[in-house]
Design a protein around this ligand. Structure first.
Ligand code: NAD
Ligand code: MG
Length: 407
């Protein structure tokens, strides 16, 4: 069988040469994780997979670990350890389980760790990965939103390199390469507007999870898809951009662009505006993060501007989508406010997906939780990861109380 034939099948990847880049994928079974492995599988000589992790679905994790010849596979939920061990028996892939094991493998020596766990659950493993001082390809935006300065200080302390995977931030990262901080006037992040862009307030109140999960352009995990519908995703991305790039909060704008072709624009002080474009497929920003400053092939649809014809832009409506305003307020407030915003949002999104609250109750829960945490004096500047995790836990507790009130 030819090499090409092997890569397209379930067969194992060939053994790599000494020059292959070593990579671990945290959250390997998710949308970003599988897109990353899709790219890696097409360049099997170029990568050596060290560790793959997931929280659940041990058979799927084992299948990916065998296919990509990972050295170790880790399942976060220990209840799935026996199933993982059974699925890996005789394959030569090591199995491990539990929260500590997730951090231990994240610390294993590699050239790059793809941080693609969803939510604040990614905080400890991603911090562990920073300790090796190599490249962190960061998809897990909640981690940077919650831990902010604590996260970037740890990156600097360990001499690690942070390359964003989020499409808008990957775009900004490329557009800003070599820029003098003083030359940047604005960064404009685009938002698709989500499935409810044109819905009125009454319709939003009644929006069902299955409707919110139908994103018009992107195929993503459930949590970020709901965040895209509320526009909290763009709020989180505003905070993410603030920590990644040398600009103030006021220098970051949000524009709704329903076609999701332009991902970010950078306006320079000479009036030049640079835009990054690509069809909405995360394999492009993932390829940027894996190969930068080189470029690797990604088998995505190519942009055809003539077929597209029109690209449109409009202002976001913060009255119907208050999550944007809440994120901006949390960023302005600083301290643990972004961690509280994020923790409350995660709790509220889970409650919405569990049909315990309505769509608009997500932002209400976040707003009330922020108010409650402020009254408790809990929005102080975090000194370390434990302070961030304490704020996250408090936010979830306060949010649950509000969620009960809606039932
Ligand atoms: P997903 O739900 O598809 O996958 C999440 C992965 O994390 C899975 O492998 C899952 O097993 C693992 N996981 C879940 N809970 C965990 C826990 N408690 N402990 C350890 N592992 C856990 O999510 P996704 O859409 O791939 O998103 C991953 C991250 O990337 C998110 O932070 C998201 O905001 C960000 N992101 C995603 C996209 C996208 O297109 N999907 C785009 C930009 C940014
Ligand atoms: Mg994004």
């Amino acid at each position: 069988m030819t090499l090409q034939g092997l890569q397209g099948s379930e067969a194992q990847a060939p053994r790599r040469s000494g020059s292959a880049r070593r990579i671990s994928v945290l959250g390997a079974t998710g949308s970003i994780g599988t897109s990353t492995l899709d790219l890696i599988g097409r360049d099997a000589e170029g990568f050596e997979v060290v560790a793959l992790t997931a929280q659940s679905r041990p058979e799927e994790l084992a299948r990916l670990a065998i296919k990509h010849r990972a050295r170790v596979a880790v399942i976060g939920d220990e209840a799935h350890f026996e199933a993982l061990k059974a699925a890996l028996s005789g394959t030569g892939v090591e199995a491990a389980a539990g929260a500590q094991a997730l951090c231990d493998v994240a610390r294993e020596d590699t050239d790059c760790v793809m941080a693609a766990i969803v939510g604040a659950a990614g905080l400890r493993p991603t911090f562990a990965a920073i300790a090796q001082g190599r490249r962190i390809a960061l998809a897990n935006k909640e981690c940077l939103v919650s831990a902010g300065d604590v996260f970037t200080a740890e990156i600097a302390r360990q001499g690690a390199e942070l390359v964003p995977v989020d499409s808008e931030h990957s775009a900004a990262f490329q557009l800003l390469a070599g820029a003098e901080p003083g030359s940047i006037e604005k960064i404009v992040l685009t938002a698709s507007g989500g499935p409810f862009r044109l819905w009125d307030q009454a319709a939003l109140e009644a929006a069902k999870p299955e409707q919110a999960l139908k994103h018009p352009n992107w195929s993503m995990g459930d949590k970020i898809t709901i965040d895209s519908a509320t526009l909290m995703n763009k709020g989180l991305e505003l905070i993410e951009a603030f920590h990644l790039f040398p600009v103030s909060a006021e220098q970051i704008d949000i524009v709704v662009h329903p076609q999701s072709i332009v991902h970010c624009l950078v306006m320079y002080k000479d009036g030049s505006v640079l835009a990054q474009m690509a069809p909405p497929d995360m394999r492009t920003p993932i390829a940027v993060a894996l190969a930068w400053p080189a470029r690797m092939a990604a088998p995505t649809e190519r942009l055809d501007l003539v077929r597209l014809g029109t690209l449109t832009f409009e202002a976001p409506d913060e009255a119907r989508f208050p999550a944007l305003r809440l994120a901006r307020e949390a960023l302005r407030c600083g301290g643990t406010a972004p961690a509280v915003l994020n923790g409350a949002n995660e709790a509220a999104v889970a409650a919405y997906l569990g049909r315990r609250i309505g769509f608009c109750d997500i932002a209400r829960t976040v707003e009330r939780t922020l108010e409650g945490a402020g009254k408790e004096g809990a929005l102080r500047t975090p000194a370390c990861l434990e302070d961030v995790l304490a704020a996250d836990a408090l936010a979830r507790r306060l949010a649950q109380a509000h969620i009960k009130g809606y039932q």
